[in-house]
Ligand binder design. Structure first.
Ligand SMILES: [Zn+2]
Ligand SMILES: [Zn+2]
Length: 140
């Protein structure tokens, strides 16, 4: 029997490999992270040619399945992250009671800012300010 997951979120360090196409210049500028099209306050770390993108994934049930895609754009200095879950397709009927239907992350202060009370990037919404239960749609 499997042990039930008791963690509510797991932190994944996703290694976004640099393509190293002879760019030559060390990109010291920070990269803007977008999660499913929403600008995030996540801070990217850089290890030589590799960007480290900390992503939070919610483990609300025993088994969760996510598809995570990364697109690194060195010219625009951004990393686009797409996180999708098969469960989301089942949603859309009722108002989300986690965010009172407004789509903003209730863990943020102020709500929707992507930061928590300590002014640190909020992990539950990956710094996007969008309610992760309804992915910002306000509907479950
Ligand atoms: Zn949040
Ligand atoms: Zn919501």
């Amino acid at each position: 029997m499997r042990t039930k997951l008791r963690l509510f979120s797991i932190l994944l360090l996703i290694f976004c490999s640099g393509l190293g196409l002879g760019l030559g210049v060390a990109a010291s500028d920070t990269y803007q992270v977008f999660i499913n099209g929403n600008p995030s306050k996540i801070q990217v770390e850089q290890d030589k040619e590799t960007l480290l993108v900390p992503i939070t994934l919610p483990a609300a049930a025993e088994n969760e399945e996510f598809t995570v895609g990364l697109h690194r754009d060195d010219k625009a200095h951004k990393v686009e992250v797409k996180i999708s879950s098969p469960k989301v397709k089942l949603r859309g009927a009722v108002d989300c009671y986690y965010c009172s239907g407004n789509g903003m992350c209730a863990n943020d202060y102020p709500p929707g800012s992507g930061r928590n009370y300590s002014n640190i990037t909020d992990g539950s919404c990956n710094g996007t300010g969008r309610c992760y239960h309804c992915t910002g749609t306000g509907k479950l």
